[in-house]
Design a protein around this ligand. Structure first.
Ligand code: ZN
Length: 137
């Protein structure tokens, strides 16, 4: 599955440019729909106030107060910054899941599941390597 190629995003880079700007793990996750090892990302423990932005383009994706501990080993959020995260249907691995990606550069972020806390009831299960954290002043 290659969602990115079917759509134009405001920020586009060639495959070579992506390889240069991302670490091999980030490239695998963000451009090849990979999944980081659960519990492997330091951002899982990030509890300060601030903003999580896209590694691919810098767009703010999630704010810290929407982050919650899901026990999955991946940073989890119940609400994205409005307009920053787009969804698509992912039927890989014999499952039907909702994939989510950055609306600005198309980088894969993770998946959305309907078992999150109120009020949204959603769980955005995100690969921490796709995020940068900017602490609030
Ligand atoms: Zn992005």
């Amino acid at each position: 599955m290659d969602v990115q190629s079917e759509q134009d995003f405001p920020v586009t880079r060639t495959d070579e440019e992506w390889r240069e700007m991302l670490t091999p793990e980030q490239y695998q996750v963000m451009r090849k729909h990979g999944t980081e090892r659960p519990g492997s990302c330091a951002l899982l423990q990030e509890k300060r106030a601030g903003t999580f932005t896209c590694v691919g383009c810098g767009q703010p994706l999630f704010i810290s107060r929407t982050k919650f501990e899901s026990g999955t080993g991946w940073p989890s959020f119940d609400t994205p910054v409005e307009g920053s995260v787009e969804e698509s249907r992912d039927t890989s691995y014999g499952m039907v899941r909702t994939e989510c990606h950055c609306s600005q550069c198309g980088s894969h972020l993770g998946h959305v599941f309907p078992d999150g806390p109120p009020p949204t009831g959603l769980r955005y299960c995100i690969n921490g390597v796709a995020l940068n954290f900017e602490p609030a002043e």
